[in-house]
Design a protein around this ligand. Structure first.
Ligand SMILES: Nc1ncnc2c1ncn2[C@@H]1O[C@H](COP(=O)(O)OP(=O)(O)OP(=O)(O)O)[C@@H](O)[C@H]1O
Ligand SMILES: [Mg+2]
Length: 820
């Protein structure tokens, strides 16, 4: 941005366009030539990287492959190599599948842009088109809350401020830029601009997509659990090595055996199952009309233990309706409405809800036509008002409208019964009381003030209060119910609004929230970080907040250890949406808000969110079921091998058999994404907790090991098994017992029956394992048919194991309130 861009006319000439925009047929041609305006992230390369390098399992397996190669065990090395390839391939496949699912969901969230185009020789019309249909040369109109849809040259602008933080890391918005890039956003003012480049031709397209997100807490959780498991192995495998080496005396043999154990016990499918669960959760959430933009946000939704909402459009109706125009004493008076209408008439940006309501419903009585505009100070969330100055026959007039709390102090006089009177403190108090009384009846008031002024920059003091315009701001149906539902799920709701304390208190009360204490923006400013943490935790209603206040309160809650959700739809909510653990925007929100959000609600109803929370927790529960039960089984297997290595002169299972058992087991567990979850689990916020995992492994691992060792005893004592029979016998027992224990441990209460896909998948995997020794593939995996008598023993052992696991589960559940 060092070189100053070419003059506007040159730009238009180069793009073969004009301020009147392209014709529809030109645009069509260009769309064919330049393609859709979309930037595809290069996800395949990144996915390879992630699946290949960032996974501890692949690193570990590759290391073990080297061990086999060095030791000259070709069969082992090939087995490991195939495993690495297989797990990376499945992971990539899963990744692209879930990417596609998320992309398809995202398409349900509409983004549009206003363009100026002509139909043939007709006049230019401004209309909304999908962002993807934008082409170079298009003339676009940008306003507050718009995400810049392509790289554009600004042609004309008023008070334009562009936030580039998503792009350059620059925190402060740029004022009056000459160019704006894709993905930046308009935070104030408005502009007409011509599109320089779209899609892959844009600067961010050339950079191959936006900067990757930092690793989320969920990714970190998955990785931590992965490493916990690897660490377990790093402790156990050397012990296996030492014990085997000491017992057999052959250290090379012992090394290979230990490596084989490590290979078989690596839960390399963990990331696949996790992603499958999340993708499934995203689909389920979409049925609840909640669109997931960032897959991992599902877990944040499950963990969310406080929800902050803005007021307008979330708790109250989307549209505010103009109600009346009154004077200082509350008597009907058309004058304030006329002034407000003139002010809106001359404002550059009329997209605000209140301004829209004024423009649609009020008439300026023809006054506006007499004036010419002099200047404007647009709305911003700190000023809380708009000001325009107009001129007529050498006279200048300034009109301010905004929050009574900021406009009244700027007034020295007031119109009262057609006369101008001094605004005494008594009158001012009376006016304040009236604002409060209206708020009590669900009515927002904007103060309207004016004064004659000299030419030049506007001074917003010494104004004459003209009166108030009132808007109905009714609370939406069902809000109180949704707030109650969320509270019952362990998610209390807090209101964070830019509006005044009276409106905030009334809306909160109607939503069933305690509104005795209202914390104001001033209070937030005055509080130090520690005080704010306490204040944020305690209070329920926050009013008169700037965008920065909203973000600060969210940060304070997070620092207090809460997992914070934030629902908002306006430009003033963007900072808070980005700061929250999970940012949520309704589909009707401004583009920037939707861009910043992790979840988009297709229905503007908090009740949707209450149901979404349950889906999030269900998804997390099904993920953790897999992780915990699988880890415990694997730990049990290591224990088994460890004990066995002390007296067995051969490995109890071959590496290839371990691999096949793992694959069959993991394939069956993909069905867990469909499983039912205990109601009790859904009742409270849940987090991914790596500490619970260790405990779970240490309790249930030995239980499984006990029955493995029983199997060993039966195989060697009763059947006097040779290595091949022994290995086949354990393969079948190990697979069946692992599949079985998932069914036992997957729920806390008996009422939570397994979903049909879970049962079907377990049965299919078990049957495959049972039939493998008698199939033509038996030779390949070195198995032999099992004697019928062994199958009876097996049934008894499995029944014993299920019973034992059930008993231990009962005790465990009693002592551990969080099951997983
Ligand atoms: N178009 C406008 N013209 C004049 N004053 C306005 C306009 N829009 C808002 N205001 C005033 O500024 C205040 C702050 O507005 P802001 O947009 O920050 O919050 P809000 O929309 O009232 O509430 P929420 O944060 O819940 O969306 C409003 O309460 C209102 O008094
Ligand atoms: Mg708002």
């Amino acid at each position: 941005m060092t070189r100053s861009p070419a003059p506007v006319l040159t730009v238009f000439r180069r793009l073969d366009s004009s301020p009147r925009g392209l014709t529809e047929s030109e645009a069509e041609d260009r769309l064919r030539r330049y393609g859709d305006n979309r930037v595809e992230p290069p996800r395949h390369r990144r996915a390879w990287l992630e699946a290949g390098v960032r996974s501890p399992f692949v690193a570990l397996l590759t290391g073990l492959g080297v061990v086999f190669t060095v030791a000259g065990d070709v069969r082992g090395a090939v087995t490991v190599g195939v495993m690495v390839l297989l797990s990376v391939a499945v992971r990539l496949w899963q990744h692209s599948r879930s990417d596609r699912a998320v992309a398809a969901l995202r398409d349900q969230v509409t983004t549009t842009v206003t363009v100026r185009r002509r139909a043939g020789d007709g006049p230019a019309v401004e209309r909304e088109i999908p962002t993807a249909d934008l082409v170079p040369g298009d003339v676009v109109l940008l306003g507050p809350g718009d995400v810049v849809p392509a790289d554009v040259r600004i042609v004309a602008a008023t008070g334009l401020r562009v936030d580039q933080s998503a792009f350059s890391g620059e925190a402060l918005p740029v004022t009056d830029p000459e160019v704006a890039y894709t993905g930046t956003s308009v935070v104030g003012g408005s502009a007409t601009a011509v599109v320089l480049a779209t899609g892959a031709g844009t600067r961010s397209g050339a950079l191959a997509g936006p900067a990757p997100r930092p690793e989320s807490s969920f990714d970190a959780g998955v990785r931590r659990v992965g490493w916990t498991l690897v660490r377990f192995m790093l402790v156990m495998v050397p012990i296996v090595l030492v014990v085997t080496g000491t017992v057999t005396g052959s250290w090379a043999q012992a090394g290979l055996f230990a490596a084989a154990v490590a290979v078989g016990l690596t839960p390399e499918m963990l990331p696949v199952v996790v992603t499958a669960n999340l993708a499934r959760g995203a689909v389920r959430l979409s049925r609840q009309r909640v669109i997931v933009k960032r897959l991992n946000a599902i877990q944040d939704l499950a963990a969310m233990d406080v929800l902050c909402v803005d007021k307008t459009g979330t708790l109250t109706e989307d549209r505010v309706a103009y109600a009346h125009s009154i004077d200082l004493d509350g008597r009907p008076d058309p004058e304030p409405a006329e002034y407000a209408a003139v002010a809106v008439h001359f404002q550059d940006d009329r997209s605000d809800r209140l301004d829209e309501a004024i423009a649609q419903q009020l008439s300026d009585g023809g006054t506006a036509a007499l004036f010419t505009k002099d200047g404007e100070i647009p709305f911003d969330h700190t000023r809380r008002r708009t000001t325009v100055t107009v001129r007529w026959a050498g006279q200048h007039l300034l009109i301010s409208k905004g929050d009574p709390a900021v406009v009244l102090p700027r007034c020295g006089h007031a119109r009262r019964a057609g006369e101008i009177v001094a605004l005494t403190p008594e009158l001012r108090d009376a006016a304040e009381d009236m604002v409060r009384a209206h708020a009590g009846h669900g009515m927002r008031l904007l103060a309207v003030a004016a004064r004659e002024t000299a030419a030049g920059p506007a001074e917003e003091t010494g104004l004459v209060l003209v009166g108030f315009v009132g808007f109905a701001d009714p609370v939406r149906d069902g809000v109180a119910e949704a707030v109650r539902d969320l509270a019952a799920q362990g998610v209390p709701v807090k209101v964070l609004t830019g509006d005044n304390r009276h409106v905030a208190a009334r809306v909160a009360a109607q939503a069933g929230l305690p509104a005795a204490e209202v914390v104001l923006g001033e209070d937030v400013d005055a509080a130090g970080d520690a005080d704010l943490r306490a204040l944020a935790a305690r209070a329920t209603v926050f009013a008169k907040l700037t965008p920065a206040h909203k973000a600060r309160i969210v940060t304070a809650l997070r620092e207090g250890g809460r997992a914070v959700g934030f629902v908002g739809d306006g430009v003033n909510d963007v900072a808070a949406l980005r700061t929250a653990d999970v940012g949520i925007a309704p589909d009707t929100a401004t583009d920037v808000a939707k861009d910043a959000a992790d979840l988009v609600l297709l229905e503007r109803d908090l009740g949707v969110l209450a149901r979404g929370v349950a889906e999030g927790r269900r998804t997390l529960a099904n993920t953790l079921k897999y992780v915990n039960i699988t880890a415990a089984s694997n730990f049990g297997n290591v224990l088994t091998v460890l004990v066995a290595s002390a007296f067995l002169p051969f490995p109890p299972m071959l590496p290839i058999q371990l691999v096949v058992a793992n694959l069959l087991y993991d394939a069956a567990q993909l069905a867990l994404a469909w499983d039912r979850v205990d109601d009790g689990y859904l009742a409270r916020p849940r987090r991914w907790d790596a500490r619970g995992l260790t405990r779970f492994m240490l309790v249930f691992g030995p239980v499984s090991s006990l029955f493995d060792l029983t199997t060993f005893a039966v195989l060697s004592r009763v059947f006097d098994a040779d290595p091949v029979l022994f290995q086949t016998g354990w393969f079948v027992e190990s697979l069946l017992s692992q599949l079985l224990v998932v069914l036992v441990l997957r729920a806390r209460t008996r009422g939570t029956r397994p979903a049909r896909p879970v049962l079907a998948a377990a049965a299919a995997a078990g049957l495959t394992g049972l039939l493998l020794p008698v199939s033509p593939l038996a030779g390949l995996v070195r198995m032999t048919p099992l004697p019928a008598a062994y199958l009876l023993w097996l049934a008894a052992i499995l029944a014993g194991y299920a019973l034992a696991a059930q008993l231990v589960k009962r005790r465990y559940a009693r002592r551990s309130p969080a099951w997983w």
